[in-house]
Design a protein around this ligand. Sequence first.
Ligand SMILES: NC(=O)c1ccc[n+]([C@@H]2O[C@H](COP(=O)([O-])OP(=O)(O)OC[C@H]3O[C@@H](n4cnc5c(N)ncnc54)[C@H](OP(=O)(O)O)[C@@H]3O)[C@@H](O)[C@H]2O)c1
Length: 260
Amino acid sequence: MKMSGRTVLITGGSSGIGLELARQLLARGNTVIVTGRDQARLDSARQRLPQVHTIQSDARDPASIQALFLSVSSQFPALDTLVNNAGVMRNIKLYAARSLEDLTDEIEVNLNAPMRMVQQFLPFLLKRPNSVIINISSGLAFVPFPAAPIYSASKAALHAYSQCLRAQLRDSTVSVIEIAPPGTETPLLRAEFANEMKNEKGMDPALMVRQCIRQIEAGQLEVCPGLSKVLKVASRVAPGLIFKQMIRLSGLKPVASQGQ
Ligand SMILES: NC(=O)c1ccc[n+]([C@@H]2O[C@H](COP(=O)([O-])OP(=O)(O)OC[C@H]3O[C@@H](n4cnc5c(N)ncnc54)[C@H](OP(=O)(O)O)[C@@H]3O)[C@@H](O)[C@H]2O)c1
């Protein structure tokens, strides 16, 4: 799969992995459109990458996805690559008070949004001769991280969905690729996990994205750079052991039950 001369839409491309992907894909002669909710962050992405096109859009909102489709399909009729990258990751104590609406935000952004994006864009992509959908999951799709329970659930589900999508599109012109990044040095990794990750160093985003592009060009459909490959293999050969490591990394404290 050649990653040049394409027209690429990246959700959540104003920061971190999405922004680095935009940078490397522009350098390879692709047309790149990125989305995000915050216009100021999109403007700053534009300052760093003057060739990038930006569209403000909230991946959680179905109406925003429909508007995005209308705008991209009319302005960029050569669109052939959709990257579902926008994501959020929160440190959630399942025993602490939290509103029912707020609890499942990761499911909305990390799972429902990619599924809705595919539903909205697939008929268009199926008309293109050589298109590709890239879903960004996580190494935590293979082994859950107890400090991020809703996130882990969203990524495991996105992994399952990507496998099903690939099977259904097997004989079509649309390829389905899943990238499962390891811990990568972006704002997402540090924001709510400063404590848990204080002795850990995430992968360099530029190196991570370079490896992904290389593996995609080599025909890999499930891309697991760096430690993500270790998580995937360990989840099969020693699932109990690797999960214990994730529990330890989560630094879970004992929870006092009612009445104690
Ligand atoms: N960093 C890691 O260690 C790591 C590891 C495995 C997987 N991943 C995955 O990689 C992807 C990118 O993460 P990152 O580390 O690059 O995070 P990041 O630096 O926090 O960037 C997240 C991007 O998503 C956008 N975004 C968030 N919510 C959105 C929404 N509702 N609609 C549209 N855009 C939205 C953000 O912009 P706005 O806030 O302005 O909307 C931002 O551009 C995520 O799917 C994440 O789960 C990351």
